[in-house]
Design a protein around this ligand. Structure first.
Ligand code: 5GP
Length: 172
């Protein structure tokens, strides 16, 4: 496995992101809602939440993933919905990676319909060269080339999520 970002590099970046996000919500008294997009964001979300020292709640949803394929079908469906109503809430969606941008676009549309007070996105990784729309997360950990990456929550056919680093998967 070719290590792209080590556990230490990720930890340093997550600390920075936490500080920027905390600063952004400064002055808002009510708890914000961190929405984790299962399953790829679970490690990032757990670490990021501990670097946002303010009142917050967590909730989760899942969108249809690639399954065992490594390319997006383009059609994204909400598979598991949030437990809580987000009307009037400040919502921060936590994504693992923005690739084609279809998932982000779908989540933005679905969640905006519920009238949150605000809706922001943070993604650990971004692959802008693969984008098929104009979506962009508000905060990004790392921008990467068109590579298939695993680890730190991201999987290859269900495995590799427990790697402490982000690595490039080679399929030979
Ligand atoms: P998008 O809808 O932006 O094309 O895809 C978003 C989802 O595709 C991500 O949340 C992630 O689950 C999956 N994905 C995209 N690129 C990669 C990658 O390089 N590695 C892994 N493991 N998943 C990816």
């Amino acid at each position: 496995m070719n290590v792209l970002y080590s556990a230490d590099q990720i930890a340093a970046r997550v600390t920075e992101l936490g500080a920027e996000i905390t600063e952004h919500y400064h002055g808002i008294d009510e708890p914000i809602v961190l929405v984790g997009v299962l399953r790829g964001s679970y490690v990032f979300m757990a670490d990021l939440a501990r670097h946002i020292p303010r009142p917050l709640e967590v909730d989760f949803l899942s969108a249809s993933s690639y399954g065992d394929a490594t390319v997006s079908s383009g059609e994204v469906k909400l598979k598991t919905d949030l437990r809580e109503d987000i009307a009037g809430r400040h919502v921060l969606v936590v994504e693992d990676i923005v690739d084609t941008g279809h998932t982000l676009a779908k989540l933005r549309a679905v969640l905006m319909e519920r009238n949150p007070a605000s809706l922001k996105f943070v993604s650990l990784l971004d692959k802008p060269s693969r984008r098929e729309n104009s979506e962009r997360a508000d905060w990004l950990g790392f921008t990467i080339d068109d590579l298939f990456v695993v680890g730190y929550g991201l999987d290859a056919a269900g495995l590799d999520r427990n790697l402490p680093y982000v690595g490039v998967k080679s399929f030979d």
